[in-house]
Design a protein around this ligand. Sequence first.
Ligand SMILES: NC(=O)c1ccc[n+]([C@@H]2O[C@H](COP(=O)([O-])OP(=O)(O)OC[C@H]3O[C@@H](n4cnc5c(N)ncnc54)[C@H](OP(=O)(O)O)[C@@H]3O)[C@@H](O)[C@H]2O)c1
Length: 330
Amino acid sequence: MTTFKALVVDRVGGTIRTRVQQLERTRLPAGEVTVAVAWSTLNHQDAQVMNGLGRRVPRYPHVPGCDLAGTVEDSRDPAWPPGTPVMLTGWSVGADRWGGLAQLARVEADWLMPMPDGLTPRQAMGIGTPGLTAMLAIEALEAHGVTPQRGEILVTGTPGGVGSMAVALLAALGYRVVAAIAQPASDRYVKLLGAVEAIDRARFARAPEHDLEAPRWAGCIDTAGGNSLARALAEMMPGGAAVAIGQSADKGLTTSTLPFIVRGVNLLGIHSDSCPHERRTAAWQRIVETLPAETLEAMLDEAVLEDLPILAGVMLEGRVSGRIVVDVNA
Ligand SMILES: NC(=O)c1ccc[n+]([C@@H]2O[C@H](COP(=O)([O-])OP(=O)(O)OC[C@H]3O[C@@H](n4cnc5c(N)ncnc54)[C@H](OP(=O)(O)O)[C@@H]3O)[C@@H](O)[C@H]2O)c1
C-alpha cells in the first residue's frame, strides 16, 4: 500500500474538523511495526478527540483510534513477523500518537498483543478497551472479597461501552447486576445483557442525603463519577468495594469518610491504558472464556470510517448503546 485511507482530525483556524482522507504511506509516524488494520472501534476518547474535547492531542493533523486489530505488514522486531494476527488497545495510541482508525497504523512492538485464540478481529474490537477495563474492574472487586454470594453489584454508565461490558461480564460470572439507566428504552437492552434490574439513574444524580445510606451494594463499577459514585459509596454494604473508572457525569468526588471507616468499604481505581502485559493477557483470556458470543453480538453495531464524524457527536450526546465496530477497509 503506497497510500492508505485514514480518519484525519485537523484544526482549521480555531475549528476541529474530521474527515476521511487518502494519505501517503510516508506520513505514518516512526515506529517498529506497521499493522494492516482490519477492524477498529469508536471509543469515548476517540469521540472526544474528534470534537477537540478531553485529552489534548500533541499536534494536528491527527488520526484517532485507541484500539486496532489486524495483521503485521512490516516489522523491525523478529517477535512480530509479517502476517502475524495482532491487536492493540490503549498505550495512549490514538491520543498521544496516530491510532487505529485507518487502514495502516505504525506502533511500537511492545504495545502489541497476539490476537487471542477464539476471537475474530471484529469481536476483539467489539470488546476493545471497554471490555478490558470492565474485566480489570471485576478482578479488582474479586481481589477485595466481592463474590456473587456477597450480594448485588451496581453498574453505572449503561448502556455505554464500559457499562455494557461490565453488565455482560458480571452476569456471565454469576453476579446479580443492577444497571443504572437514564432512558426507559435501555431497560430491555441491559436485561438482554444479563442485568436482573434496571434502576433510574436520576437518583444517582443527587448527592446522598446522609453519610451512610441503607446498605444495598456488595460492589459497584462506576463510570460516571461525582454524585453517582458518592451515592454508591454511601449505599455500600459493609466490606463492599467500588471501582472508579470514568467521569461521564463529573470528574469530582465529594464523599464522607464514613463508608470507609465505619463499613470498611474500599474505593479502587482502574487505568486500563497502561495495564502491564501479563495482567492484560490474562484478562483478555478470561473475557474470551466468559463472554458468550451472542451477548457480544447483541452489543455491536457496525460502521465505516465515513460514518464516524457524525457517530462521534451521537456518542457524546449519549445516544449510543453498546459498542461500534469499524470496518476500516469498507
Ligand atoms: N479508567 C479507564 O481505564 C477507562 C477506560 C475506558 C473508559 N474510561 C472512561 O469511562 C467513561 C465511560 O466510557 P465509555 O467508553 O463507556 O463511554 P460511552 O460509551 O460514551 O458511555 C458513557 C455512558 O455514561 C452515561 N452517562 C452520561 N452522562 C451521565 C451522567 N451524568 N450520569 C451517569 N451516567 C452518564 C451514558 O448514558 P446515556 O447514554 O444514557 O446518557 C453512557 O451510558 C468515560 O469517562 C471514559 O473516559 C476509563
